[in-house]
Ligand binder design. Structure first.
Ligand SMILES: Cc1cc2nc3c(=O)[nH]c(=O)nc-3n(C[C@H](O)[C@H](O)[C@H](O)COP(=O)(O)OP(=O)(O)OC[C@H]3O[C@@H](n4cnc5c(N)ncnc54)[C@H](O)[C@@H]3O)c2cc1C
Length: 372
């Protein structure tokens, strides 16, 4: 398959060589995104009629999983782009759809706010009609690719109607009034350029609305959540595979001087590795069943989507913890590449909906209670 060949080439020639700098220097993966754009992979979800690949969630999951083994920051930037691109493909203007398909446009989601915290579906930022346009005001707590993306899918309260609902907007990141004053210097996913973004009297055309006024929650739930949760799970799976592969390489090559035996000859080390392998395989199996549920429109799709992200996010915490344990002091050295995956797994797990929010939602589904 042509997209897999292109992907493998980009991972080995563009992503892998700079992966350590992306983490240590908190560099945004611009070269990787340029290469992904040139190969058509930024337009994976774009329809062929606008020049895109016309592929779906299965292929996108493969792509982000493969990249996450080498650079989870790049994989998460691409994940946010893919989710935004699905919304633009369905609701956005043809010129932006074409720009995404041609690899000239990077997008992302600007939903989390300091006021509504994990409950991103209930933003506090406002949208006020003004002549032919709409004026946006609000504060986002963390936006992946802040200041680097070409557009934000921005959430606000609706122009009219109930306060708990929301409206989504396609916002050009070059508009006056947008600022992102604090660069990201975080524990993990350090290359994401995830930072707060403020909108002060940002005027967008009324046509920038995604869907209709007050339907942001429905778009988040029906169009964005299955894509984000499944791709986020795929990033966690890739990250686990990367940690396991590095841990196995280390324990099978590091020897005791006296006996010449390797760390892998310790039964405890092998048992820990086996536990980690099972956790990663469980997460993969659930993710694959989620993909099948989405494709077939099964009745349990929503539950699977929520379970998939929670299971993979939590498994990645455990698997990277075990990789650190079995590799001992060596795992703390940056060159082993394990402590970086340990940190990245932690950052990925707090991206909303967090595991604790997912547990609440899954429990509600089980008890036949309303979700919000
Ligand atoms: C690297 C990175 C990139 C990010 N990128 C983006 C992005 O591109 N776009 C975007 O919109 N946001 C982004 N975020 C923000 C992310 O989604 C938020 O961190 C997340 O919403 C958590 O919000 P908070 O920090 O306000 O946590 P809080 O809401 O303060 O949560 C604190 C704790 O309370 C728990 N909690 C909260 N509500 C409930 C509940 N109902 N039930 C049980 N437990 C609960 C949480 O699980 C958590 O353990 C990013 C975050 C990070 C770390």
């Amino acid at each position: 398959m042509a997209h897999i060949d292109a992907l493998n080439r980009i991972v080995s020639t563009v992503i892998s060589p700079v992966s350590r700098d992306i983490d240590q220097l908190a560099n945004f993966p611009r070269a990787a995104l340029d290469a992904l754009g040139q190969s058509g992979l930024l337009g994976l979800f774009s329809a062929p009629e606008v020049g895109g690949m016309g592929l779906g969630l299965d292929e996108a999951s493969q792509v982000v999983e493969c990249i996450a083994q080498e650079c989870p920051s790049t994989a998460m930037v691409l994940t946010m782009h893919y989710v935004g691109s699905v919304l633009i493909e369905k609701y956005g203007p043809v010129d932006v759809r074409r720009a995404i398909a041609e690899g000239r446009h990077l997008t992302t989601l600007a939903w989390s706010e300091p006021g509504s915290r994990s409950h991103f579906w209930a933003p506090l930022g406002t949208a006020r009609p003004d002549g032919n346009g709409v004026v946006l005001n609000g504060s986002k707590s963390m936006v992946t690719s802040a200041g680097e993306a070409d557009s934000y899918i921005w959430s606000s309260r609706p122009i009219a109607g109930v306060e708990s609902a929301s409206t989504l907007w396609l916002v050009d990141t070059r508009l006056a009034g947008l600022s992102s004053p604090q660069p990201f210097d975080g524990l993990g996913l350090r290359g994401n350029a995830s930072a707060p973004v403020r909108a002060e009297n940002v005027t967008v055309p009324a046509t920038a609305m995604i869907g209709t006024d007050g339907t942001g929650g429905d778009v988040m739930h029906s169009d964005a959540l299955p894509v984000f949760a499944t791709l986020s799970a795929s990033v966690s799976i890739g990250l686990m595979e990367g940690a396991l592969q590095r841990a196995v390489t280390h324990v099978t090559s590091s020897r005791f001087a006296e006996s010449g035996s390797t760390l892998a000859e310790l039964p405890t080390v092998r048992a820990y590795l086996a536990r980690a392998r099972i956790r990663a395989s469980q997460a993969r199996t659930l993710r694959d069943d989620t993909l099948a549920a989405v494709k077939d429109g099964r009745v349990d799709t929503l539950q699977r989507v929520l379970e998939g992200k929670a299971a993979a996010g939590e498994a990645a915490l455990e698997v990277t913890d075990i990789a650190m344990r079995v590799c001992g002091g060596a795992a703390f050295r940056k060159e082993a590449g394990i402590e970086r995956l340990f940190r990245d797994a932690r950052a990925a797990s707090v991206m909303a909906p967090t595991s604790d929010v997912l547990y609440d939602l899954i429990g509600r589904l089980m008890c036949d209670m309303p979700l919000a």
